[in-house]
Design a protein around this ligand. Sequence first.
Ligand SMILES: *[C@@H]1O[C@H](CO)[C@@H](O)[C@H](O)[C@H]1NC(C)=O
Ligand SMILES: *[C@@H]1O[C@H](CO)[C@@H](O)[C@H](O)[C@H]1NC(C)=O
Ligand SMILES: *[C@@H]1O[C@H](CO)[C@@H](O)[C@H](O)[C@H]1NC(C)=O
Ligand SMILES: *[C@@H]1O[C@H](CO)[C@@H](O)[C@H](O)[C@H]1NC(C)=O
Ligand SMILES: *[C@@H]1O[C@H](CO)[C@@H](O)[C@H](O)[C@H]1NC(C)=O
Length: 428
Amino acid sequence: PRASSYPAWITPLGLLHLLPLIPSRTRAPPASSSSTTSRRPSTPTSSLPATNSTVESLCVALSNGGFGPPAGELAGVVPANLLPYWYSTDQFSLELIFHRRILAHRCRTADPSAAAAFYIPFYAGLSVGKHLWSGDAASRDRDSALLLRWIKEQSPWKRSNGSDHFIALGRISWDFHRSGNDGWGGSFLNMAGMEKVTRLIIERNPSDKGRRSTVSDGVPPRTAAEVRQWQRFVLNRNRSTLFVFAGAPRPQVKDDFRGFLFKECKRAGKGTCRSLDWWKVRRQNRSSAAMRLFLDSAFCLQPKGDSYTRRSMFDCMLVGAVPVVFWRHSAYGQYEWYLPGSGEGREGEWSVFIDSREVKNGTVSVKEVLEGIGEKRAREMRERVVEMIPRLLYAAADEGLGEGMQDAFDVAVKGVLRRFRGAVVPAA
Ligand SMILES: *[C@@H]1O[C@H](CO)[C@@H](O)[C@H](O)[C@H]1NC(C)=O
Ligand SMILES: *[C@@H]1O[C@H](CO)[C@@H](O)[C@H](O)[C@H]1NC(C)=O
Ligand SMILES: *[C@@H]1O[C@H](CO)[C@@H](O)[C@H](O)[C@H]1NC(C)=O
Ligand SMILES: *[C@@H]1O[C@H](CO)[C@@H](O)[C@H](O)[C@H]1NC(C)=O
Ligand SMILES: *[C@@H]1O[C@H](CO)[C@@H](O)[C@H](O)[C@H]1NC(C)=O
């Protein structure tokens, strides 16, 4: 099911599972749930039988240090000199990308007594991913249980019970939260011993406390200069359309909110809104098609998908369009180390919030809200989004972007260290 290919260079999230939509945890996501945000460049068909998705090889997705295959289809869309650094990245590669960067981190030490934080180099998402659609509870938990058995014998763990340990997880929270023997996912995050471990995860449950969501994937630029070139490029684009919506309609879902947005877009007219129906674009072309759309638009609509967050939001921001969210949990209080203002009411600097219920009952028109923002304010918001770009991507170079420019990895490590012992990362 993680079938579609959303290549992409940058971003984070995806969401494939019916996180909020499934009332009980006893049902697995339908096999055809590949959503707008899933991405698996290597998959041959868009709706693999559920029983077989687990045998799909991840070799292509994990190539190039986790960035995946080069995104050649972006030729003509991104500046030619930057094209070689764009990849079709799978969000599940986060674990690999993170590990690679940790190994090269300037604060890394081989002396446990000198360490302020301990990274757990375990690919929990890749491990459970092999067994999500098949296999029993025991197979989903086997690797995690082995890890915990081992780590509990290590002296750094014995000193802290894990409170100064952290791990990066390339799947959403729900995939690790099974309780009992039935139900979706593995139970890694419910296992005894994991309580104090800080988890960097691509999407957390509204109920999760003490977990930080992290962004994954990336247009992996190598240097700060390349990022600045990209920022100038997206800032100076002439955006001919007010808003865009790229997504997969779900006609079989009653009152599917995406259906409302396609209608809003149609009503707004071609000069104001453009939409992209995911099912009508060949998989290999979705990334470039979405990117062209986002590059030409001031705002992009980001309803929740199968789960609250949506990788597309980051794809949108990375090309300098301002996201419009319809559920607070899709963006706010979710990525607080990366997106300014979560919890401080500053979300309005870089995003627009429109209550989904008001769109549904017709009391609010997306077009009117966005037109009401005005060009000057829209420009300021775009500048804010563009300023945030480095923090939303992962640098290709092991040592990061340089020149003091922080990417998503740097932001995460800094946040972890501040959380443990108030340690501070010295500037690069
Ligand atoms: C699953 O995939 C494998 C490898 O591609 C194939 O050999 C096998 O027949 C498939 N099984 C099913 C049930 O489709
Ligand atoms: C770790 O947990 C065990 C079991 O709950 C407890 O006995 C021990 O005191 C804890 N150690 C620390 C350092 O918190
Ligand atoms: C954007 O449009 C303005 C006015 O039409 C034009 O002068 C400018 O060159 C355009 N910029 C780009 C980057 O195309
Ligand atoms: C769509 O993707 C195919 C295969 O990657 C490529 O050859 C083709 O040029 C793409 N078409 C467009 C319009 O980008
Ligand atoms: C529309 O929905 C909003 C939010 O739930 C509610 O406050 C408002 O009263 C509703 N208006 C109508 C006309 O139903």
